[in-house]
Ligand binder design. Structure first.
Ligand SMILES: Cc1ncc(COP(=O)(O)O)c(C=O)c1O
Length: 339
């Protein structure tokens, strides 16, 4: 199967599995797992943050950030197509007791003036804004890179109003590799960052959240409350370390493959690109094709290719470390035949 549904579908490499087997471990709830400690120190250093914490998933990392930064009754500003808003089952409302306030961005980037205008709290009738969230790269916007200057400006406004900024950087390393901007520059415009080890970086499990020492101390407690305090979890941190030490530059290949696929797809009749391709996500619009989304996806599946529906007449392909250039050629040939 050529699996282009997501960059979460990759399997851990042999080296990762060996590292899991050999990992030195201890009880991480006591802070005694050397492999987890190494992973957290490595991640904090790369991001330029004081401390980092290994969490079970991107969703857990984002939710812990909301819980640390906010009080119940506050409002969180997010982009209207953000993962936190669309795909985390209203967890911020369920756990942190906050409501979300959405701002429609352009290619995932909120206009800083819109953010400023949405900040509330003076009036007795209003919730206070407790947090501003940015997503980079932006999944729904087709892996779009939120420009660093946009993040800087939002952070400046947030600081003026004493409001923290959280970055859902599930694919932050994709943004960094594609733009040439170090992740620490993006992270510098935030009070907390979450990134996933288990997407393009290829680890089987886990995310990192990072921030100031005080933030992480509180985050550690919230992780415990959520049942995310794990014990000899160095077996899962070990592949995470390989992901950080060896797999960042490799994301370039996913971006190259995504470009190749996009360039080929636009030459097939009935297919239009829904968004510009900047990283590893391609969203096509097949309104003008002679097949429905379901028909095309089924036909692809019969030919050993998996992709995902992403809205009416929209299909998403995500390149990942299980996909080669030859696979891209095959995908293009198959779609050409089908349409
Ligand atoms: C932008 C973004 N944020 C957060 C998440 C959540 O990550 P997880 O699936 O590890 O909970 C995802 C997952 O696809 C994502 O795309």
């Amino acid at each position: 199967m050529i699996d282009l549904r997501s960059d979460t579908v990759t399997k851990p490499s042999e080296k990762m599995r060996k590292a899991m087997y050999e990992a030195e471990v201890g009880d991480d709830v006591y802070g005694e797992d050397p492999t987890v400690n190494k992973l957290e120190e490595t991640a904090a250093a790369i991001l330029g943050k004081e401390k980092a914490l290994f969490v079970t998933s991107g969703t857990q990392g984002n939710q812990i950030a909301g819980l640390v930064h906010c009080r119940a009754g506050q409002e969180v500003i997010v982009e209207s197509q953000a993962h936190i808003f669309l795909y985390e089952a209203a967890a911020m409302s369920a756990f942190a007791g906050v409501q979300t306030r959405t701002i429609t961005g352009k290619r995932g980037a909120m206009n800083p003036l819109d953010v400023k205008a949405a900040i509330r709290g003076e009036d007795i009738h209003e919730p206070e804004t407790g947090l501003i969230c940015i997503e980079n790269t932006h999944n729904k916007a087709g892996g779009a890179i939120v420009p660093l200057d946009n993040m800087k400006e939002i952070y400046r406004i947030a600081q003026e109003h004493h409001i923290p900024v959280h970055l859902d950087g599930a694919r932050l390393f994709n943004a960094s590799v594609a733009s040439g901007i170090p992740v620490s520059d993006f992270a510098a415009c935030t009070d907390s960052v979450q990134f996933c080890l288990s997407k393009g970086l290829g680890a089987p499990v886990g995310s990192i959240i990072a921030g100031a020492e005080e933030f992480i101390a509180k985050a550690r407690k919230w992780r415990k409350r959520l049942g995310g305090g794990l014990r000899q979890v160095g077996v899962l941190a070990a592949p995470g370390l390989i992901a950080l030490n060896e797999n960042i530059d490799r994301l370039f290949e996913d971006h190259e493959n995504a470009k190749l696929l996009a360039e080929g797809l636009v030459n097939i009749s009935g297919i239009e690109l829904e968004t510009k391709v900047e990283t590893n996500i391609i969203i096509i619009n097949i309104t003008k094709a002679n097949k429905t989304t379901e028909e095309l996806l089924n036909a692809l599946y019969e030919n050993g290719i998996a992709a995902g529906a992403f809205g009416p007449n929209l299909i998403r392909f995500v390149t990942n470390n299980g996909v080669t250039k030859n696979d891209i050629d095959k995908v293009l040939a198959v779609i050409h035949n089908i349409l």
